[in-house]
Design a protein around this ligand. Structure first.
Ligand code: C5P
Length: 234
């Protein structure tokens, strides 16, 4: 399994275009901010230009609405797409059905499930959502539900990768944000791991934003991360 770095483009359209102009072709994460401004045609164009695209839309609705939404965006050729595992088994399986229907001979969008958001703490889970489980326990439960229902993997913290892989399987993808190289600050992330730690714990893809996008020299920061992963895995 190739280990890859996904660059989070938490940008406006203008900022994203400026950034990409002097950055190598890579795997990019497009979230709400960029997608709602740039639109589906921009995403399709990036795919045509040779980028790999992780579309982070965290879809969550009734199964049929998610099915139609996933069908529409997977036609753009995106590589990874997020949905919320808490939408339940039927919603997840309909999302999988949608990407199967739009798949071509050599490409299928992979569905990643969000388990518990890192912004959900124990007090919110217990008191607001009235879920009687520990946060990690609930994340593992939702990861298993996602796997059984046809998702290809989950988004999880580098600190949870091992537990998730153990509870699912080594082929179930773990995509991890909250990555900070030793020399970078933590910004607003709280529970961080380095790129090499995340890979050693079993992460398949690392989502990295500010340590690259806000670096003085983004290309150099990106290449240093890739090199550290290469050294750790060869
Ligand atoms: O700049 P930074 O490396 O912190 O960016 C991480 C990216 O991963 C952001 O796009 C953020 O929204 C996303 N993310 C996260 N934690 C999650 C899920 C997504 O940081 N639990």
């Amino acid at each position: 399994m190739s280990k890859q770095v996904i660059v989070a483009l938490d940008y406006s359209l203008q900022e994203a275009e400026l950034f990409l102009r002097s950055f190598p072709k890579s795997f990019i994460k497009v979230g709400y901010q960029l997608f709602y401004e740039a639109g589906p045609a921009w995403v399709a164009q990036k795919k045509e230009e040779g980028y790999q695209v992780f579309l982070d839309l965290k879809l969550h609705d009734i199964p049929n609405t998610v099915f139609e939404g996933v069908k529409a965006v997977s036609k753009l050729g995106v590589d990874l797409l997020t949905i919320h595992a808490s939408g339940g088994s039927h919603m997840i399986s309909r999302a999988r059905e949608a990407v199967e229907q739009t798949a071509t001979a050599d490409h299928r969008t992979k569905i990643l499930a969000v388990t518990q958001l890192t912004s959900t703490d124990q007090s919110m889970l217990t008191n607001e959502l009235q879920i009687r489980a520990q946060v990690t326990e609930s994340a593992i439960h939702l990861a298993q539900l996602a796997q059984r229902s046809g998702a290809d993997g989950v988004i999880c913290s580098g600190l949870e990768v091992q537990a998730i892989k153990q509870a699912t399987s080594s082929h179930f993808l773990a995509v991890t944000p909250g990555i900070r190289p030793k020399e970078a600050g933590v910004d607003d992330q709280k529970r961080v791991v380095t790129p090499v730690e995340a890979i050693e714990r079993g992460a398949d893809y690392l989502v990295i934003g500010r340590p690259i996008t806000k670096a003085e020299n983004p290309v150099q920061a990106y290449e240093t991360i890739l090199q550290s992963i290469k050294e750790a895995t060869t």
